[in-house]
Design a protein around this ligand. Structure first.
Ligand SMILES: Cc1cc2nc3c(=O)[nH]c(=O)nc-3n(C[C@H](O)[C@H](O)[C@H](O)COP(=O)(O)O)c2cc1C
Length: 553
């Protein structure tokens, strides 16, 4: 397969559109690799060509048929067009058509045509010229970005041009609005998703045709109109009031504010203060019901204040550094209400979210190209075998053991839709082993405290591993598996897991004592008091501790 890319952006390889084209090519190459096809790619960067405009002399039709009288790079371009199987025209939309340089290249294709008048069968225009060469079997792809929020309604000129050039429906076109976002690192999560669709489109195109699902992803707006226009306006760095240049940090703060999602409004106005420590500048973003506004003076009382070097915050925004990691290393500080930090994605959803908890944290991009939905863990899956065992066995050791065994067999049915952890499996196995020991005649007073110890050891043992036990379950509330990369989340869970382990070791000792009294049958119920208290502590601690660290204490 021979592919020719003609990049018509005056920006050359720095073009937004070229990013899409590269993704499309990657997809095509991947398919060829899978099919063990050989792919040859040639690229023409129009901005690097020496290309003079057509003189309109028709010498290529009458004096020197097929040869242009201008000696420049066009001869080589024509040779490549004749060589290739697929031409990918990559260009930005300029004044609703192709940029000038590319239009020159298109005009200079005249030597490829014969001068005779011919009828068209596809009803486009009023006639055509036959091709001098056999162009049958060659395919055409158009890839373009434009500056408005949508491509819709802006490409009439392009459709008209290529309908005439290639024939109606004889080419494949990927047109994308909001093109300038492809150079903004802060929104790379969303543009990255889009590029993934383009990559898939290339792969499917090479296979034979782009599926409806991929078209659907390609035709979806990068961002809603209103949000994009806010971001675009903020990106110019010019004051809307008087047209003067604004400071880089203020522009950056405005862009951040533009990403605010008013759907995340929690019923009270919040004031996020950004204090850029390296340049000693302060701005506030008021997050309200109807949207956000930026204050450069006339400040209000902040609810959350972030003290950070602007360079660091930019790197975090661009995804070069993880915000939680930087916080853990105390590279920036957070004062006031920490809840905003925990809900950052919901508040400033900049695109794709790696969360998989069913809530819409970022913009709903509908991105799920592979239909992979990650299942969630469920702590009840881990706890239920123990709760049943500890409640049933003290009432009646023998019957309780049978009951526990039956429960262990049935629980997987109840939690079939959840992702299993190693601790879920160990819980089932341990309680089943303890129940069998009881059936075999082991004394209840020994087995029950032992079971509490085993449970405690599961918690304590996990403190020596990379991910402490509670993190496997609480990650669902903190961004899914992505939270496991957050050192602050891991450290919070490590402390909690250690405390839960100690609590159950103490419980094991108490249990031995209680089981020697008349209230032995109530052991399971009595032992619920301590964990209930610890549960309340856990809820408080998992919010308090990250805020404590963030405040730089
Ligand atoms: C001279 C000029 C004319 C433009 N005309 C249009 C236009 O008519 N419609 C539009 O939506 N965007 C227009 N744009 C915006 C570009 O199409 C947009 O920025 C595109 O993403 C640039 O792509 P590139 O980086 O691949 O060159 C224009 C930009 C320039 C510089």
């Amino acid at each position: 397969m021979k592919i020719l890319v003609i990049n018509g952006s005056p920006k050359g390889k720095a073009s937004n559109t070229y990013k899409l084209t590269c993704a499309f090519l990657e997809g095509m190459k991947l398919e060829a690799e899978e099919e063990k096809d050989i792919v040859q790619v040639e690229e023409i960067q129009v901005n690097q060509l020496e290309l003079k405009p057509c003189r309109g002399c028709f010498a290529c039709w009458n004096k020197t048929p097929g040869k242009c009288c201008i000696q420049d790079d066009m001869q080589e371009v024509i040779a490549k067009i004749l060589w290739t199987d697929i031409v990918i025209w990559s260009f930005p939309l300029y004044y609703y058509t192709v940029p000038g340089g590319l239009k020159t290249l298109i005009d200079r294709q005249l030597p490829m045509e014969l001068p005779f008048m011919a009828e068209r069968e596809d009803g486009v225009g009023s006639g055509s010229h036959p091709s001098r060469y056999d162009m049958s079997g060659k395919r055409t792809v158009l890839i373009s970005t434009c500056g408005f929020y949508t491509a819709e309604g802006n490409y009439d000129g392009i459709y008209s041009l290529f309908d005439h050039m290639c024939g109606k429906n004889q080419y494949t076109s990927i047109f994308c609005g909001q093109g300038e976002l492809f150079r903004v690192p802060e929104v790379s999560a969303r543009t990255g998703e889009y590029l993934e669709y383009v990559r898939r489109a290339g792969w499917e195109y090479a296979k034979g045709g782009i599926s409806e699902k991929v078209w659907d992803g390609l035709n979806r707006l990068l961002y809603p109109k209103e949000l994009f226009e806010r971001m675009a306006d903020a990106s110019w760095g010019i004051s809307k009031e008087d047209g003067t240049k604004e400071s880089d940090a203020l522009i950056f703060t405005r862009q951040m504010a533009a990403l605010y999602r008013k759907e995340s409004y929690p019923g009270r106005e919040r004031v996020l203060e950004m204090y850029y420590t390296d340049i000693d500048e302060r701005y506030q973003i008021v997050l309200g019901k109807e949207g956000s506004r930026v204050l450069a003076d006339g400040f209000e009382t902040f609810t959350t204040r972030i003290e950070t070097p602007v360079t660091l915050w930019r790197s975090i925004g661009a995804g070069e550094i993880r915000g939680d990691e930087a916080l853990m290393k105390q590279l920036y500080k957070v004062k006031g209400d920490f809840d905003l930090m925990l809900k950052w994605d919901e508040c400033f959803g900049s695109g794709k979210s790696d969360r998989n908890d069913g809530k819409n944290h970022g913009y709903d991009t509908g991105y799920d190209i592979d239909d992979r939905k990650e299942k969630k863990t469920n702590m009840m899956n881990f706890l239920a075998p123990w709760i049943i065992f500890w409640t049933a066995v003290p009432f009646d050791g023998y019957m309780g053991a049978f009951f526990s065994l039956a429960a262990c067999a049935l629980l997987p049915l109840l939690f079939y839709h959840n992702k299993k952890t190693i601790y879920d499996l160990l819980s089932g196995a341990c309680t089943a082993a303890f129940a069998l020991a009881l059936i075999k005649g082991a004394p209840v007073r020994a087995v029950v405290p032992l079971s509490y110890s085993a449970f405690a050891l599961l918690w304590l043992f996990s403190c020596f591993l990379k991910i402490p036990l509670s993190a496997h379950y609480s990650m669902n509330e903190y961004g899914g598996v992505g939270a496991l990369k957050n050192p602050l989340f891991i450290r919070t869970n490590w402390i909690l897991t250690l405390l839960w382990g100690i609590l159950y070791l103490v419980t094991a000792v108490c249990t031995y004592g209680i089981m020697g009294t008349n209230a032995a049958y109530l052991t399971g119920v009595i032992n619920m008091a301590l964990p209930a208290g610890m549960g309340i502590f856990t809820l408080w601690f998992q919010k308090w501790y990250p805020a404590f660290v963030a405040a730089g204490m």
